[in-house]
Write a protein that binds this ligand. Structure first.
Ligand code: HEC
Length: 307
């Protein structure tokens, strides 16, 4: 008994389709779904088991019914089932091939040492493909060479623009890339203005004053710094808070790094201004841009000693 699709093809194909669908629809992050969720593996296992069981039952039933048939019926059934894709109507339609018995009709009288030639028609699948190509070519020619819909360069630019849009969108939600090691001083007016906004929005004013003149916290516009000046030190201090004085709290969980960068740049940009009611200088006069690790370390250990 021959079937159109044998079970050793049917079972793996159905199983693979279900497996692929589960991997596609279940969002399991980096790992495949059947590893991430044991339930998925269990389901697949049961499904495969049932699939095989059904195949076995169906073929057993088939065999039994076959034995119950009369010889006449058996013959008929076998004829009906001994049917392969090559004999199907669809295949005939696509190839218009002649059966062996009819070959004499298309035989040419060319005879090369017994090798004969058939004058078969071009197979329709090939002819239609060829017509399709011609239609495509005409449409393409008119669209791009006569009307000039768009050029390849335009297509490229459109795609780049799309990619840039996607990239900008990604950056909006992407984790911030600024940290104490790569932070740089921003000097453009827009960033400074935003830094000012961040300063005001986070109530730095309450301790450092409207014009950074100082109050509870130190003056931020004079040349003296307790924790070191320059954008790096300010960035670090505002992010991590002061180790000398817990009143200056860490802000890294409140303000995102790129905003702390703008904030620090804003503070640096006001350096040297002389606001009214300026608080007296505290700390050392800051000259060098970079404070080395060891210097920071000494400040910390000094402070622990003092406390
Ligand atoms: C509750 C009061 C308070 C608030 C609010 C506050 N600070 Fe401070 N800040 C301080 C104190 C006190 C110090 C001194 C720390 C020390 O002695 O190390 C300080 C130190 C600093 C320093 C280092 C000054 C130096 O000389 O080393 C910077 C920069 C600074 N604050 C920026 C900010 C910014 C920006 C904000 C807002 C996000 C802010 N502070 C909010 C109290 C505050």
């Amino acid at each position: 008994m021959k079937k159109l699709i044998p079970s050793y093809v049917r079972v793996p194909v159905i199983f693979a389709a279900v497996f692929a669908a589960m991997e596609y629809f279940i969002d399991s992050g980096e790992k495949p779904a059947f590893i991430e969720y044991p339930m998925v593996s269990l389901f697949l296992g049961v499904f495969l088991f049932l699939l095989i069981a059904i195949e076995i039952v169906v073929s057993a039933v088939d065999k039994i019914t076959f034995h119950l048939l009369t010889d006449e019926q058996k013959k008929q059934l076998e004829e009906a089932q001994s049917f392969s894709f090559a004999d199907s109507k669809l295949m005939k339609m696509l190839t218009r091939s002649k059966d062996i018995e009819e070959e004499a009709d298309v035989m040419l009288d060319h005879d090369y040492d017994g090798i004969k030639e058939l004058d078969n028609v071009l197979p329709p699948w090939w002819v239609y493909l060829f017509y399709g190509c011609i239609i495509f070519a005409v449409v393409y020619l008119v669209r791009f060479h006569v009307i000039g819909d768009y050029t390849q360069a335009e297509e490229y630019e459109k795609e780049v623009a799309l990619a840039e849009e996607a990239h900008a969108k990604y950056l909006l939600t992407a984790p911030d890339l600024v940290n104490v090691d790569n932070v740089e001083l921003l000097t453009d007016a827009a960033s400074i203005a935003e830094g000012k906004k961040v300063y005001e929005a986070n109530n730095c004013i309450s301790c450092h004053g409207q014009n950074l003149e100082g109050g509870i916290g130190p003056n931020l516009v004079d040349a003296n710094w307790i924790n070191g000046g320059g954008v790096k030190n300010i960035f670090r201090l505002v992010s991590e808070g002061s180790t000398n004085n817990p009143v200056m709290a860490p802000w890294k969980d409140v303000i995102k790094p790129s905003d702390i960068q703008k904030l620090s740049s804003y503070i640096v940009s006001l350096g040297g201004t002389n606001p009214a009611n300026a608080k007296d200088p505290e700390g050392e006069i800051w000259v060098d841009e970079v404070v080395t690790e060891t210097e920071t370390a000494t400040t910390i250990s000094d402070s622990t000693k003092v406390e």
